[in-house]
Design a protein around this ligand. Structure first.
Ligand code: NAI
Ligand code: PYR
Ligand code: K
Ligand code: MN
Length: 351
């Protein structure tokens, strides 16, 4: 029996509702297939924790997390109580950066049983590779003066290492898929970092002559995600562009509540972290109606990462069966609660 040590951080809002649902499902799939089990250690780091301790996690929090094989996180943020830049940078983004989780993989595909808002959803199946450690999300800059003279400066950071790493990762994935990489650019408006991004994309592409390439400005690309998502295979994007594109990817599937994500550490020095694309959804938190599929599909990505692709595929098939059967939460047109969807998934998994 292989037991995996997993750090669990439910976080805020619906994170606290969907994370237990997903760990129940993980336990069930492990039991059904046999050979593996999960040992969870839960950490209460969140905006509640911040209110009590004045920080999002203890000073030695990262050292504690470092001993785990993976981190399973829900969502961070409660803007009524703690400013978002404080809560996210104090926990979620801190872990991504300090643990060198430099790649964020976020799939979107036609999902059986879901009413996509697209008129002709076709069969789309794409992967966004989001640069996850630098880019537009930086702490470089500052604010000076007050009132009419006030100035805010925010610098974006694009290193050759980081840019090349994300782009190369996209090419490697494309070789195992349909052999096409689309680069999200904006070199017509952003005159230093994006021409640089384009150059690196071109350089890396020379090493993969079998992979087809396209570079598309982020504005048009966002539109194409809505009008013809089936043309995309792997899309590589900077931190901010990838963030926005993947909410669109979630929306065209049918709901932001179903999209998964994996924050991948490539050098093996730190654990990777698995958390859905969505946030803490304060507008529906505490009602028991959050869609657990984003968190459960994220669990599938963790299974894949740990080398259990067969279990992962089985899990996703069952989730699609449940959606197809009509047991759905409100965001995707159903009336079921988080618990009811989870129970239905558990029941079918154990069949
Ligand atoms: N990775 C993370 O932890 C993220 C955290 N956030 C934080 O979350 C908080 C809320 O941010 P928002 O911009 O409102 O984004 P959000 O993703 O939390 O919610 C956007 C909309 O989608 C709905 N939604 C999200 N997940 C759902 C689910 N599982 N089931 C049903 N409906 C769902 C919400 O009810 C809301 O109407 C903020 O504090 C924000 O900073 C936002 C995005 C990512
Ligand atoms: C923070 C956020 O929105 C994301 O990482 O997707
Ligand atoms: K999340
Ligand atoms: Mn986002």
């Amino acid at each position: 029996m292989r037991q995996y040590e997993i750090a669990v951080i439910p976080g805020d809002g619906i994170g606290k509702e969907v994370v237990p649902a997903a760990t129940d499902v993980l336990d069930a799939i492990a039991e059904v297939h046999g050979g593996i089990s999960f040992k969870y250690t839960s950490f209460p780091w969140s905006c509640d924790y911040y209110e009590q301790h004045g920080k999002m996690m203890p000073d030695d929090g990262l050292r504690t997390l470092q001993n785990f094989e993976a981190i399973f996180l829900g969502a961070v943020g409660d803007p009524q109580r703690v400013p978002d830049h404080v809560s996210l940078w104090g926990l979620l983004i801190k872990i991504r950066r300090e643990f060198e989780q430099v790649i964020n993989i976020r799939p979107a595909k036609y999902f059986r049983g879901l009413a996509s808002p697209l008129l002709k959803p076709n069969d789309f199946d794409l992967l966004v590779v989001r640069e996850n450690s630098e880019g537009e999300y930086s702490e470089i800059g500052g604010r000076i003066h007050k009132g009419a003279d006030e100035i805010a400066i925010q610098n974006a950071v694009f290193t050759r290492k980081g840019t090349e790493r994300a782009i190369r990762y996209a090419f490697e994935l494309a070789q195992k898929r349909r052999g096409h990489v689309t680069s999200a650019t904006k070199s017509n408006g952003i005159v230093y970092s994006m021409p640089f991004w384009d150059e690196v994309f071109k350089d890396v592409s020379k090493e993969y002559p079998d992979v087809k390439t396209t570079a598309t400005h982020i504005d048009a690309l966002s539109a194409f995600f809505v009008t013809k998502p089936h043309v995309f295979d792997v899309v590589v994007a900077s931190n901010l562009f990838g963030d926005i594109l993947t909410d669109i990817g979630a929306a065209i599937m049918g709901s932001i509540g179903i999209a998964p994500a994996a924050n991948i550490n490539l050098n093996g020095k730190f654990p990777s972290m698995f958390e859905p694309v969505h946030g803490s959804a304060p507008d529906i938190a505490g009602q028991g109606i959050a869609n657990p599929i984003g968190q459960i599909w994220t669990a599938k990505m963790m299974l894949d990462h740990l080398g259990h692709q067969e279990m992962g595929q089985h899990l996703l098939n069952v989730v699609e069966d449940v959606t197809h059967s009509g047991v759905k939460t409100g965001d995707i047109g159903g009336t079921a609660t988080t618990q009811e969807v989870t129970q239905e998934i558990l029941k079918r998994l154990k069949r």
